[in-house]
Design a protein around this ligand. Structure first.
Ligand SMILES: Cc1ncc(C[n+]2csc(CCOP(=O)(O)OP(=O)(O)O)c2C)c(N)n1
Length: 618
């Protein structure tokens, strides 16, 4: 049992293992990965796809002196196992457990803290330039998926990489998939390289040229060079990377450890920027994931035999509600179109795209482009709904300001995963959007308390004929009773009370109602206001409340800095009223379940009730 995985000191011991032993190790790694992720949940199919690449990288490169920079970082579970963290994989993504992404504070083998896509080439080039300036000589290796390569930042880095002769090794992990099948012209270019038919013969050529050479050396490198040159012009005219000044090698089998090792050795000894094009299969080795790579991209705990999820939510998610509502609206209004940045499933737009393929634009991992593109759509008469996760929309900030809001164009932003998201942690929590959007002129900002209000806000948004953002959280929607008409800048009281008034935004309304129930038992009577709008904010109503209550409370699933609470504090600065602000402190919030995080940071109903009671006691 686990003959190769246990009892070794990785990554050092990889250097002395034969290719056959490494292959056996790859089986054990896959078994351990599937078994563990079936219990913890996590990013399974991407990790199954990089088992051999990870083994080969740690065998060939001298980590951590050589730097491995993983793009996105969701595919680093094998890297973690091979860098002394195998046991801790059992705690991955759990509160106080190991992060599912690289964390430089966790290990010297993790170079950057990542989670957002398409940064590895820029980060790598920066390090490589600094290395050269300092006269040091370690290797910098950026490992990037074909999905992440479609992000604009990657293109900017490729443009710069080819412009200078700085040594950077790029390992392209091409599985043809982003979360769903990859899209766009670059993806087509890669697929032409993949299907050129030279892939197999390339592999044979490498084998022929190197099999006689026991130790990697001059002869092997010449052999690889020969293989590379003979394929370079034969495969296809104008390999994009070569045209940009980056030496291209491939495509090679990303599940063949020996070929990978030899290609990496070649890269090590080659001057300037190089790109090794590896072909892999997402979900490799676990048939359920091979057949459904997108479902197993990020998955909760599941049954290994059947692949079925152990827990399923019965209530629909906000994303699901948004997608269905948009279909209904689009059936009535032919101008409505949907824009997604590689997240059709995650944002609930999958059904929409099946029903309206011509009116769905999946632009790849290209949030900035998605926003400017939507501005173009709106300018020319379409009514775009742009569905992007809060944290990823950070990429499109300048475009929201300049291209949408400055032009006052009718783009509706459906900001999904707004608020804390749980296990993905720091890089994925959507707790900055209210702060970064609030100061943009012309933008209406709303947050629904439940399913019905999300639908009502979408209907309202289209009537505005101006930029509008609707933010809602991850997970299931509650149904909190009657949905009042959405009226510009108007909040609604949804619970009467006399001592304290809580102003809650979006998902915090449910928590505010629960806190009010807890306080009722302590004879504290709480009014709950569903704020609905951050912008325009219901200033008039707030000022009226200032004279009526002993204490006002703001509740938002957003950073306290520049959020709704600060807005309320400013409005109330000249009033004689106490106010407490509930939201996320000025720090990056770690991973854990949402419940654990709400509790730790005092945003759950019990903590809120306790804080209110204590404040009233003085
Ligand atoms: C800026 C940004 N947008 C979207 C995502 C969500 N996301 C995570 S992984 C991924 C697909 C990455 O595809 P690829 O790079 O090919 O890696 P694979 O999972 O296929 O190995 C996406 C869209 C992200 N992490 N960052």
């Amino acid at each position: 049992m686990n003959k190769y995985l246990t009892g070794h000191n990785f990554p050092q011991d990889l250097k002395d293992m034969s290719y056959d032993e490494l292959e056996l190790l790859s089986y054990e790694l896959r078994d351990y990965l599937v078994e563990t992720v079936s219990e913890t949940g996590g990013h399974l199919s991407s990790n199954l796809g990089v088992v051999e690449i990870t083994i080969a990288l740690h065998k060939v490169f001298d980590t951590p002196a050589d730097k491995l920079i993983w793009d996105v970082g969701h595919q680093t579970y094998i890297h973690k196992i091979l860098t002394g963290r195998g046991d801790r994989l059992k705690t991955v993504r759990q509160f106080n457990g190991m992060s599912g992404f690289p964390k430089s504070s966790d290990s010297p083998y993790d170079v950057f803290d990542t989670g957002h896509s398409s940064t590895s080439l820029s980060l790598g080039l920066g390090m490589a330039e600094a290395r050269d300036l300092a006269g040091e000589d370690y290797q910098v290796v950026s490992i990037i998926g074909d999905g992440a390569l479609t992000g604009g930042l990657s293109f900017e880095a490729l443009n710069n990489a080819g412009n200078r002769s700085t040594k950077l090794i790029i390992v392209l992990n091409d599985n043809g998939m982003s979360i769903s099948p990859n899209t766009g012209g670059l993806s087509k270019h890669l697929s032409r390289l993949r299907s050129s038919g030279r892939y197999i013969s390339m592999k044979e050529k490498i084998k022929k040229n190197v099999s006689k050479i026991p130790v990697i050396g001059e002869g092997m490198v010449t052999g690889m060079q020969h293989a590379r040159d003979s394929i370079k012009y034969a495969v296809i005219d104008g390999i994009l990377f070569e045209e940009l000044g980056i030496k291209y090698f491939g495509p090679i089998d990303g599940h063949d450890i020996e070929t990978l090792c030899k290609a990496f050795e070649w890269a090590k000894q080659t001057e300037g920027p190089v790109l090794i094009h590896t072909i892999t299969q997402k979900g490799k080795g676990y048939s359920v994931a091979e057949n459904n790579p997108n479902v197993f991209h990020g998955i909760g705990p599941f049954n290994v035999e059947t692949g079925q999820l152990l827990k399923k939510s019965i209530k629909p998610s906000y994303s699901y509600v948004m997608g269905n509502k948009l279909i209904e609206m689009a059936q009535r209004d032919p101008k409505i179109v949907a824009v997604s940045a590689a997240m059709l499933e995650g944002t609930g737009l999958e059904k929409f795209s099946a029903e309206f393929p011509e009116r769905t634009f999946d632009v790849g991992i290209a949030e900035a482009y998605a926003v400017s593109f939507a501005a173009g759509l709106a300018k020319a008469g379409s009514k775009p709904f742009v569905a992007i996760y809060s944290t990823f929309l950070q990429r499109g900030y300048d475009q929201i300001v300049e291209d949408v809001c400055l032009q006052n164009l009718p783009v509706v932003f459906c900001i999904d995963r707004a608020g804390i998201v749980g296990a993905d942690g720091e890089t994925h929590h959507g707790i900055l959007d209210l702060s970064y959007l609030k100061s943009i002129p012309n933008l209406t900002i709303m947050a629904p308390k439940d399913k019905g209000e999300l639908e009502a806000m979408m209907e309202y948004a289209i009537t505005l004929n101006a930029p509008c953002a609707i933010r809602y959280p991850k997970g299931a929607t509650p149904e909190l009773g009657a949905v009042n008409k959405v009226i510009t800048g108007k909040a609604n009281q949804i619970k009467r009370g006399t001592d304290v008034e809580i102003w809650a935004l979006g998902s915090m309304v449910e928590k505010a109602l629960k806190a009010a129930d807890i306080l009722k038992k302590k004879n504290i009577s709480v009014s709950v206001i569903n704020a609905k709008f951050l912008k325009p904010f219901d200033t008039e109503r707030l000022l009226k409340s200032a004279g009526k209550y002993k204490l006002l409370v703001s509740m938002e699933d957003n950073a306290l800095t520049s959020g709704m609470g600060e807005e309320m504090n400013t409005i109330l600065k000249d009033e004689d009223v106490s106010i407490i602000n509930i939201g996320w402190p000025d720090k990056f919030i770690e991973h854990g379940s949402c419940g654990q995080l709400y509790e730790k940071y005092g945003l759950d109903p019990n903590s809120v009730a306790e804080r209110i009671a204590k404040t009233l006691e003085g």
